[in-house]
Write a protein that binds this ligand. Structure first.
Ligand SMILES: CC(C)(COP(=O)(O)OP(=O)(O)OC[C@H]1O[C@@H](n2cnc3c(N)ncnc32)[C@H](O)[C@@H]1OP(=O)(O)O)[C@@H](O)C(=O)NCCC(=O)NCCS
Length: 170
């Protein structure tokens, strides 16, 4: 783990945090996926949608030297979702996951996932799940390397791609 990574602080979002900045991080980070033709919600969602999605679970902010640089939202077990796997009482899930593109590839994302897995365990989850676009093979391969396994395909009405539901036994 490098020094920069050790300095990463992950904390719950606060009322006084800028959701405009949070949304900007999502837009710029997911921009790479937009270039691939994948219309993830976070590519262009308005600030109000960022707030709504953050309020669905525990929204975390990643900070470096006091500056917001990333985010992820953890949905606790028993979160009710369209897919039965996500609604299982022992499954937590995460989404709205982004790191400032200038700081990607330095291990911060791995640190955030490790944090999420610990937090999900503490909430009583036996599994942590997510979904991502099937064509985003770099993400599917990363999650697979981390121990996430295939659960199902999903065709959400709000996306232009087929999603893969992935899940890891904690
Ligand atoms: C996904 C994301 C949050 C990960 O954050 P990060 O700080 O880049 O994560 P890390 O540096 O820990 O790298 C995570 C993995 O991605 C790989 N990776 C990072 N940057 C990469 C790049 N530009 N191209 C290909 N792979 C890359 C790393 O090799 C690493 O895999 P490894 O640990 O097995 O070697 C960040 O890349 C991001 O915001 N991406 C755009 C939004 C997104 O894809 N969100 C998830 C949707 S499901």
């Amino acid at each position: 783990m490098n020094v920069q990574n050790q300095d990463l602080v992950i904390r719950l979002v606060r009322e006084d945090d800028s959701f405009e900045r949070l949304t900007e991080i999502l837009h710029t980070a997911y921009g790479r996926l937009a270039v691939m033709g994948l219309n993830y919600q976070a590519v262009d969602q308005p600030v109000e949608v960022t707030r709504e999605r953050a309020a669905l679970g525990e929204c975390y902010i990643a900070e470096l030297t006091g500056e917001m640089v990333g985010t992820v939202t953890l949905m606790p077990p028993s979160f009710q979702d369209y897919h039965p796997h996500f609604s299982r009482p022992d499954v937590a899930m995460f989404g709205q996951f982004a790191m400032d593109p200038k700081l990607q590839g330095k291990g911060h994302g791995n640190r955030m996932i490790a944090f999420l897995e610990d937090r999900a365990r503490a909430l009583g989850a036996k599994e942590l799940a997510c979904d991502t676009a099937e064509p985003a093979t770099h993400l599917v391969e990363w999650y697979t390397r981390l121990g996430y396994r295939y659960i199902d395909h999903a065709d959400w009405p709000h996306t232009n791609y087929i999603s893969l539901i992935l899940s890891k036994v904690l």
